[in-house]
Design a protein around this ligand. Structure first.
Ligand SMILES: CC(=O)SCCNC(=O)CCNC(=O)[C@H](O)C(C)(C)COP(=O)(O)OP(=O)(O)OC[C@H]1O[C@@H](n2cnc3c(N)ncnc32)[C@H](O)[C@@H]1OP(=O)(O)O
Length: 215
C-alpha cells in the first residue's frame, strides 16, 4: 500500500554544516526526517538523527521505499555524483525550499535543489537539479542556474545571468546583468563579476580577475 504523502519521511545523504541548515528548513515545514546516510557516524549528532550507514549499502532500497532522499552535500562534484546514484536507483527526490524564501510563481526548480532562508528568486528564473541557492541569495529575473551549482549566502545575480554546471558563486559576490559563467568555475567571496568568465577558472576581486585555471 502506498504511504499517504503526509507519512513520507525525508532521509538525508550527508550530515554536517549544510545538512544542519537544510534540517532547519525541513522541520519548520513540518516534514519528518527519517535519518541520515553518510560514510561515518556523526558523533555530535545535533539533531539526534538515526544513522543508516553508507548510501551504497544493499538494503538502502528497502529503507527508502515510499520515502524521499535529499543530498546535503556542499561540494558540487560530490553532490552531482550522489544525485547520479539516487537517480540510477529510482529513489524519490524533491526540492526543499525554505518557507522564508521569496520565489516567483514563474520560476522552475529542479529536483534535489535547496533554496535557503530569505533567498529571493525573481520571475522566469530557471534553476537546474541539485543546486544550492543559499541563505539570502538574490537571483534576479531570467537567470539560468545550471545543475549542481551553488550560489553562496548573500550573493547577488543581476538579471539574465547564466551559470553553467557546477559553478561555485562565493559568499556575498555580485554578478552584473547578462554575465555568463562557464561550467565548474569558482567565484571568490565578495567578488564583483563584470565580464563573462570561461569554464574551469577561479576568479576573485573587485572587479573580478582570473586567479587560476582548474585542472
Ligand atoms: C554557508 C557557507 O559557508 S557556503 C561557503 C562560502 N564560501 C565562500 O564563498 C568562499 C569562496 N572562496 C574564496 O573566496 C577563495 O578564497 C578562492 C576560491 C577565491 C581562492 O582560494 P585559494 O585558491 O585557496 O586562494 P588563496 O587563499 O591561496 O589566495 C590566493 C590569493 O588570492 C587572494 N584572494 C583569495 N580569495 C579572494 C577573494 N575572495 N577576493 C579577493 N582576493 C582573494 C588572496 O588574498 C591571495 O592573494 P595574495 O597571493 O596576494 O596573497
Amino acid at each position: 500500500m502506498d504511504n499517504p504523502q503526509y507519512l513520507k519521511k525525508i532521509f538525508l545523504i550527508g550530515y554536517s554544516g549544510h545538512a544542519y541548515v537544510v534540517l532547519d528548513s525541513i522541520s519548520e515545514q513540518g516534514l519528518t526526517v527519517g535519518g541520515y546516510f553518510a560514510k561515518d557516524y556523526n558523533v555530535d549528532n545535533p539533531y539526534e538523527l538515526d544513522f543508516f550507514g553508507d548510501e551504497m549499502a544493499e538494503d538502502v532500497g528497502q529503507i527508502l521505499t515510499n520515502h524521499y532522499i535529499f543530498p546535503c552535500i556542499g561540494d558540487n562534484k560530490v553532490r552531482e555524483r550522489v544525485i547520479g546514484f539516487i537517480a540510477s536507483k529510482g529513489f524519490s527526490q524533491l526540492a526543499i525550499i525554505d518557507k522564508t524564501a521569496l520565489v516567483s510563481e514563474k520560476v522552475t526548480i529542479g529536483l534535489s535543489t535547496f533554496v535557503g532562508k530569505n533567498a529571493c528568486i525573481n520571475s522566469l528564473v530557471k534553476i537546474g537539479k541539485g543546486v544550492i541557492i543559499n541563505t539570502g541569495a538574490i537571483i534576479e529575473h531570467e537567470c539560468l542556474i545550471g545543475d549542481f551549482s551553488h550560489v553562496a549566502p548573500n550573493a547577488t545575480l543581476a538579471g539574465n545571468v547564466t551559470l553553467g554546471k557546477r559553478v561555485f558563486f562565493g559568499v556575498g559576490a555580485v554578478a552584473k546583468q547578462g554575465i555568463t559563467i562557464g561550467d565548474n568555475s569558482v567565484i571568490g567571496a565578495g567578488s564583483v563579476v563584470i565580464s563573462d568568465i570561461p569554464a574551469n577558472e577561479v576568479w576573485a576581486g573587485n572587479p573580478a580577475r582570473k586567479m587560476k585555471e582548474l585542472g
